[in-house]
Design a protein around this ligand. Structure first.
Ligand code: AMP
Length: 394
């Protein structure tokens, strides 16, 4: 998949509409994690250094088509200024004369931040007239918001009908790293799946199963697979209606010579809230117990597999990593990923909860790539052509 990339030399004095994702988590009036903002630094810098005039457009929360203080991007302005190390002009709307007037007076190399694009309900309807209004004050559109690329909105897709459109540097890196894993993975190729839900990962498994050497399944979703093998899983997470899928997938893997590794031991508590647990073989789970992390034998088993891999894709934590008591499985598999990267492997962590775990447990810096997109990376690995990417293909 090759994307059209902008040529900085052609952008001097041009008015650029740059789609970013500043939908960052807040704690009161403060941005609690600015990773998403920082991810756009290379693109913004490159455009500014080229002498372009840049307007940043983003969504923020779910205001459902109405203006509100709570969802105003003004709340993130000072963080954006700090992260980008630049004074930024705030514009009270993302369409209309106010935007045109700002762009007419904005100096070369300067940046404006437009108000939340979701204050207009037409954004998520991908309304063509609205997209043309968004585009009107600009010469060029640059799409950098990989994490919003699975949505066919006016600011990710519709606007490309009205402006010459290019991929930003973040989007380009995401697509090249994720394609390297999904299209031409160097073998052994190990897929690590975890997290709460089997249903979220079905599409990924269906698309990538035949390409994998081994699929290691941990987290809450492993219990549906263990149940499909006939294990008693007590009160652990179970998606009963997905047991047939789990069985079929294990059969398909066998037919294709793909290894499936399930936990051999787990950490068991009596209640979800309990921090006291016992380590048990998966064949000895009590009816009143539930599994909240993978056990040490499983860590060894999955870890050996990861260390021997040339390509690793990881989506979904191995346990309830948000709680110290159940974070060690995810942390230690993170350590194995670090080692694999050190040995020259390509290691990619899907976005969402796995990206939060990588950051929280300290291995985000030691893997080849941590995706900024949760839903977008899942859909990418399902083999879908995302609506925010399709118009940018060469
Ligand atoms: P997902 O969004 O499907 O990747 O799920 C991520 C969530 O799965 C995290 O919040 C984890 O706490 C949770 N999780 C991981 N393992 C388990 C488990 N064994 N039981 C319950 N929840 C789990």
């Amino acid at each position: 998949m090759v994307l059209r990339i902008f040529d900085p030399k052609a952008l001097e004095d041009r008015k650029i509409l740059l789609r970013v994702d500043f939908n960052v988590p807040m704690e009161g009036d403060f941005v609690s994690d600015s990773t998403r903002i920082a991810a756009h630094i290379p693109t913004v810098r490159s455009l500014c250094e080229a002498g372009a005039k840049v307007a940043l457009v983003s969504h923020f929360g779910r205001p459902k088509g109405t203006r509100s203080e709570e969802f105003s991007l003004r709340r993130v302005l000072s963080t954006v200024e700090t992260v980008l190390q630049k004074k930024i002009v705030f514009v009270d709307d993302c369409v209309g004369d106010i935007v045109a007037a700002t762009m007419d007076t904005l100096p070369r190399g300067a940046v404006a931040l437009l108000e939340n694009v979701r204050f207009h309900k037409e954004e998520q309807e991908n309304d063509e007239r609205f997209a043309s209004h968004l585009a009107a004050p600009f010469d060029v559109f640059v799409m950098d918001a990989f994490s919003a690329a699975h949505r066919a909105d006016a600011s990710t897709n519709g606007v490309t009908k009205f402006l010459p459109s290019f991929a930003g540097l973040l989007l380009e890196r995401e697509v090249s790293m994720l394609s390297r894993v999904s299209d031409f993975p160097e073998r052994p190729f190990v897929i690590l799946l975890g997290g709460a839900k089997v249903s979220d990962k079905i599409g990924v498994v269906e698309h990538l199963l035949e390409k994998a050497t081994t699929i290691c399944i941990g987290g809450g979703m492993a219990f549906t697979f263990l149940a499909a093998q006939g294990h008693r899983i007590g009160r652990s997470l179970l998606e009963e209606d997905k047991i047939p899928f789990a069985g079929e997938m294990m059969q398909r893997a066998k037919e294709n010579g793909v290894g499936i590794l399930l936990p051999v031991d787990v950490l068991l508590a009596k209640r979800f809230e309990d921090d006291t647990y016992r380590v048990s073989d998966v064949s000895a789970i009590g009816d009143d117990e539930l599994g909240l992390d993978i056990g040490p034998e499983t860590v060894r088993l999955f870890g050996d597999c990861v260390r021997a891999a040339k390509t690793v894709l990881w989506n979904g934590p191995m346990g309830v990593f948000e709680r110290e008591a159940y974070s060690s499985g995810t942390r230690r598999i993170g350590d194995a990923l670090k080692e694999c990267t050190g040995l020259g492997g390509t290691t990619v962590v899907g976005g969402g909860d796995t990206a939060s775990a990588a950051k929280m447990l300290g291995f985000a810096e030691s893997v080849s790539h941590v995706s900024t997109g949760g839903g977008a990376s899942l859909e990418f690995f399902e083999g879908k052509l995302l609506p925010g990417i399709a118009p940018l293909l060469l």
